[in-house]
Ligand binder design. Sequence first.
Ligand code: NAD
Length: 353
Amino acid sequence: MEALITLLPGDGIGPEVTECTQKVLDAVATMFGHTFNCDTQRIGGAAIDATGNPLPAATIASCEAADAVFLGAVGGPKWSDPNAKVRPEQGLLGLRSVLGVFANLRPVKVYSELVGASPLRPEILEGVDLVFVRELTGGIYFGEKTRDATSASDLCTYTVDEIERIVRVAARLAAERNGRLCSIDKANVLETSRLWRNVTDRLMPSEFPDIELETLLVDAAAMHLLSRPADFDVLVTENMFGDILTDEASMLAGSLGMLPSASLGTSTVGLYEPIHGSAPDIAGKGVANPCASIASVALLLRHSLGLHAEALAVEQAIGQAIAAGARTADIAAAGEAYISTTEMTAEILRGLN
Ligand code: NAD
């Protein structure tokens, strides 16, 4: 197949991990006989420096024409003045809106060789392989806000349509995986959560009768994620709960450098990015873990291009490199030797020849 992919390296370690992404795309293209035309554009701080705008028109045009978009990371101390009129993060929020992505998928897979990198006990982590589906464009983050000298408020709103579309994304994913969905809300306190639960309880048995549905309150979910993470398959929740729980879940894998994400909308065009930020503390040192970005390529191949065998090949290549002992600094055990970003990528590429 032929596909157009926009690459947005961004800031900090973003360009370093995007370079690895491009190498993996090239290897997949050669191995499976595809043509991936990659167009590199600016976003975030790099775009502010060059154009004054964190999301320049040329970047928007490229993303709108693309079959999929890969983003490294945006932000850094150079652009973090709280009084600044333009900020790198505006580029990312603008991009999500341009692409109309409302479902954020965050798979968390624990490699048995890396259980030591997590603060949790190995026996709890054995077999963890779950996907969070977080609603990305609604809820309290986007509601009306007020503030005066003595009080402040943030309005949380969800519509039936918003809940139905995200629950359907999660249920379809569960159908492709192990057939289990956990919906997380706070229905004992919040009206938006009561609506969420009503919609989920109505929609699931009628549209997805074969999916096993579990419902958890968000406080209990926070606990179950640490006490029985291997029991979960797909978890779906609203924007703020998802924001918090996905960071908690990232610790199951031990390092931010291992975890990919996909943001999807109604079309097949998606936004793929590692969950980590621009890591200014290690930028330019060549030590960033490229696994999160390379695993994001697998999601891109699967969800935007429909290339399932290719996606699996990338995921298996990461697993093989880890099993063979390849470690970047963030996932190496104390005293264990570690390799650079480029060397780790080369180890993964060995599985794609
Ligand atoms: P961060 O994710 O950049 O870094 C947190 C810690 O994890 C750091 O110690 C870093 O060195 C380490 N780390 C992150 N990615 C790694 C990798 N691939 N390999 C090895 N170690 C890795 O979070 P932060 O320090 O809170 O934020 C830094 C900047 O990134 C901020 O400007 C923030 O706004 C931005 N940010 C951007 C995004 C995004 O672009 N989507 C997401 C989060 C944070």
